[in-house]
Design a protein around this ligand. Structure first.
Ligand code: ACO
Length: 333
């Protein structure tokens, strides 16, 4: 059974409630229909009930009748949710009136449902930009204890099975935090190692990537990765983490052996940690488009509840996969 199938089968065992705030969006509805048909998760759709029903009818989506539909304009818990939001944000200057307005925004409503225990996880982003999906999550759900930064990992499933673990690599941060400090980068490395174990079911070998391998170049950007590597090893001695190293030294055995002969990671890394979001986002998209890799994610890590953000170019199967991953994360929390 391949990884995605395993993730879906595991999700079915737990029946988690996943909220989809873009409930009237075409691909989201098609994905919801598949998720309900295959019983991968319970689905909550946020949106106008009439629009959802007529769109489902137009597309012959027979399983949408089994979704829980929440109307953001008319829901009996709105005031309770607004109260939660107001309590969380009043120190930042939010008034109750503003909170009452914001709960009608499906992205805020979805996150508040999680906070109130009415949903276990959220997937959005087919329509909304990353920042708009993440901001309510940062404000309401926040980071998990001991973690200061949220980041986004992708599982890359490559055609060439000689790289990573049978062609599978986990890479981060590709989605969230533009310019991490050394200690934030160390946190991202440890979080990615945990995601690799929990979601990809692989024993992580983490390469901290740079344009230098083991001191071959001197630059403040290299210093940041060297420091992040030291901190990450200190934070999580149970994981194999090494760096700084170049991408070829990380994934090509012969180059790893020649550039970093004493490393247990070089040449056989299955986790790649990028020094900035700029590199991570560009790199994963190039691998996806030029090498034809399947890119599953982004899986958000470090958040106190599972909330995942889609690319606006996502397909129906991307949404199905990310909901299954979110349900797995919810089951593990
Ligand atoms: N982890 C945890 N908390 C965070 C993070 C983070 N990475 N970033 C911001 N926050 C928190 C802040 O502490 C703040 O909390 P507070 O209001 O309680 O004090 C809150 O979020 C808002 O912080 P801002 O600094 O105002 O954050 P802003 O909204 O400006 O930016 C954002 C956050 C939207 C995530 C920004 O960093 C961003 O745009 N990142 C890039 C996202 C992106 O475009 N990715 C590429 C596309 S994704 C793809 O291709 C797969």
């Amino acid at each position: 059974m391949d990884l995605l199938q395993k993730i879906k089968e595991n999700a079915k065992l737990h029946g988690k409630k996943i909220v989809l705030p873009e409930g009237t969006e075409e691909r989201t509805l098609q994905a919801a229909d598949i998720l309900l048909k295959e019983k991968i998760a319970q689905i909550i759709l946020i949106g106008n009930p009439e629009t959802i029903k007529s769109e489902a009818g137009r597309m012959n989506l027979e399983n949408i009748c089994n979704a829980i539909i929440i109307d953001p304009e008319n829901h009996d818990k709105m005031e309770a949710y607004a109260e939660i939001l107001f309590e969380l944000r009043k120190k930042k200057g939010m008034t109750m009136e503003q909170a009452m307005g914001l709960v009608k925004d499906p992205l805020y409503l979805a996150t508040l449902m999680i906070k109130a225990g009415d949903a276990d996880g959220e997937v959005a982003g087919a329509l909304n930009a990353t920042g708009d999906v993440l901001r309510p999550a940062f404000q309401i759900v926040k980071t998990m204890p001991g973690c200061s930064v949220v980041s986004g990992a992708f599982i890359l499933i490559l055609k060439d099975k000689t790289f990573g673990d049978n062609g599978m690599l986990v890479v981060a941060d590709c989605a969230v935090h533009p310019n991490p400090t050394a200690s934030e980068l160390a946190e991202i490395a440890v979080a990615t190692a945990k995601t690799t174990k929990a979601i990809a079911n692989m024993e992580p070998r983490v390469a901290m990537l740079s344009f230098s391998t083991m001191g071959s170049a001197k630059h403040e950007m290299v210093d940041k990765v060297v420091e992040a590597t030291r901190l990450a090893k200190e934070m999580a001695p149970e994981f194999l983490i090494d760096g700084e190293m170049q991408a070829d030294a990380a994934i090509v055995e012969a180059i790893g052996a020649s550039k970093a002969p004493n490393s247990q990671v070089a040449g056989r890394a299955n986790v790649l940690v990028f020094p900035t979001l700029e590199v991570g986002n560009i790199a994963y998209k190039l691998v996806q488009r030029l090498a034809g890799a399947e890119a599953v994610g982004p899986v958000l890590q470090g958040m106190a509840a599972p909330i995942n953000d889609l690319s606006r170019g996502c397909s129906v199967s991307d949404i199905v996969n990310l909901v299954a991953i979110t349900a797995n994360q919810a089951a593990g929390m």
